[in-house]
Design a protein around this ligand. Structure first.
Ligand code: CMC
Length: 391
């Protein structure tokens, strides 16, 4: 068909109309439902932002309390799920575990699949917002050899997540406002980013009317890759490697520019931002604040800053408009909060969950058709079959 235009990576192809997130890559603007990311990161909490993304407006106090109460009501995960988790080796990558557990959850929540009304959708949404943090916490706790526990309904949404992840059986849990604020901010900054790889995945899987959890499980898999959410793990591993190598940033800059070397400067570059990533600005400052407030002197932060400075002045990076992205500094904060490197992308998934949900809900409510891109065939012409003995 001569009418088909090929656009590898969909660089110039819009897949939908959306009222959720506004992004101007040239100007470095990001807004959720019209609110600037800077203001939301400063003033809102993650649950409010989740509500805003999913339902379109900031909740009033009553709406927010009801939303939270509905979530708390669903915060158990079937005990049988523990057996599934048990089957994984401790060495399993948390993103694979999480995607599998999210899929497995469907079997225990079959009413979340066939959603024909907004009420059904709400029910599925509240369930996953309640249960996903438990799966995240269990994934971490299994890695650490800690008992699998449930949340504490007296706490805020993010505080509860933190407690579920880190509470030791023989210790009191002490809330640290600084830590919770930092976590809240990180989750908000990751909450949506319009039609990125994982979000497009969620929408396209959901467009076949597969259920929300199946769509999310696919989104988690898409996020895992190092060119997408997996970059936060890759950044930290890169910074650690540079540190081990005596802090020789120049060597890694040269590698990143060498076209015969597959190495890329992880945490740099973005498909849409060609000026700066507004999230990276906020995260860089947050990394400074968190480390200073927690009294942590992390040599990796100095390496990251050195690398950033060199790249911003380097012609290769300037010409290609490569700037630090959201993943460049986030890992430094996660590390300061005691989150293992392999869990970084899981934290991204936790933050992105409301965005994925909002996009899935919008797609279903708009009655969008099944996603089905076309292709241009470039294979062999018709040829006769040859028996195996004659090949
Ligand atoms: N290091 C070195 N060179 C780079 C980098 C990098 N990080 N990123 C892009 N380039 C070069 C690339 O080689 C190409 O050069 P040339 O024109 O000479 O062939 C040019 O810049 C354009 O790159 P592209 O790969 O065509 O751009 P893209 O829009 O397809 O890819 C990207 C965007 C984010 C995948 C890419 O910049 C990248 O791989 N960055 C490193 C991984 C990363 O940090 N990912 C996180 C993205 S932000 C959060 C998220 O999505 O989860």
């Amino acid at each position: 068909n001569g009418m088909i235009t090929i656009d590898p990576g969909y660089k110039n192809t819009g897949s939908c109309e959306s009222a959720i997130t506004f992004l101007d890559g040239e100007k470095g603007i990001l807004r959720y439902r019209g609110y600037s990311i800077e203001e939301l990161a400063e003033k809102a909490d993650f649950l409010e932002v989740a509500y805003l993304l999913i339902f379109g407006e900031l909740p009033n106090k009553v709406e927010l309390e009801k939303f939270h109460a509905d979530i708390k009501e669903e915060s158990q995960v079937d005990e049988e799920m523990k057996k599934i988790l048990d089957g994984f080796p401790k060495s399993a990558h948390p993103m694979g575990v999480l995607s599998s557990l999210t899929s497995a959850l469907i079997a225990f929540n079959p009413t979340t699949v066939d959603v024909s009304s907004e009420k059904d959708m709400y029910h599925a949404i509240v369930r996953i917002l309640a249960k996903f943090p438990v799966l995240v916490a269990w994934t971490l706790r299994k890695k650490k050899g800690l008992p699998l526990d449930y949340g504490d309904d007296t706490l805020g949404y993010v505080e509860n997540i933190h407690k579920m992840m880190f509470k030791k059986p023989n210790q009191m849990y002490c809330k640290d406002d600084l830590v919770i604020d930092a976590l809240d901010k990180l989750l908000i900054l990751h909450a949506d980013h319009e039609q990125n790889c994982s979000t497009s995945t969620v929408r396209i899987v959901g467009s076949s009317h597969a259920g929300l959890f199946a769509s999310l499980s696919a989104g988690i898999s898409a996020l895992w890759g190092p060119l997408h959410g997996g970059a936060n793990q890759a950044v930290l591993e890169m910074l650690e490697a540079i540190e081990k190598d005596g802090g020789d940033t120049k060597k890694y800059m040269a590698k990143a520019k060498d076209k015969s070397d597959p190495f890329r400067l992880m945490g740099f570059g973005h498909r849409v931002y060609k000026n700066f990533d507004p999230r990276a600005k906020i995260i860089k400052k947050a990394a400074d604040d968190v480390l200073a407030n927690l009294g942590i002197d992390d040599p990796i932060l100095a390496i990251a800053k050195g690398l950033e400075k060199e790249a911003l002045e380097d012609q290769y990076f300037v010409d290609r408009k490569l700037y630090p992205n959201v993943d460049f500094y986030s890992g430094i904060i996660y590390r300061a909060l005691g989150i293992p490197t392999e869990m970084f992308t899981v934290m991204f998934a936790l933050g992105r969950l409301p965005g994925w949900i909002a996009q899935w809900r919008e797609m279903r409510l708009r009655g969008e058709p099944i996603g089905r891109p076309r292709q241009v065939y470039i294979g062999a012409n018709l040829r006769p079959f040859v028996e195996v003995s004659k090949r």
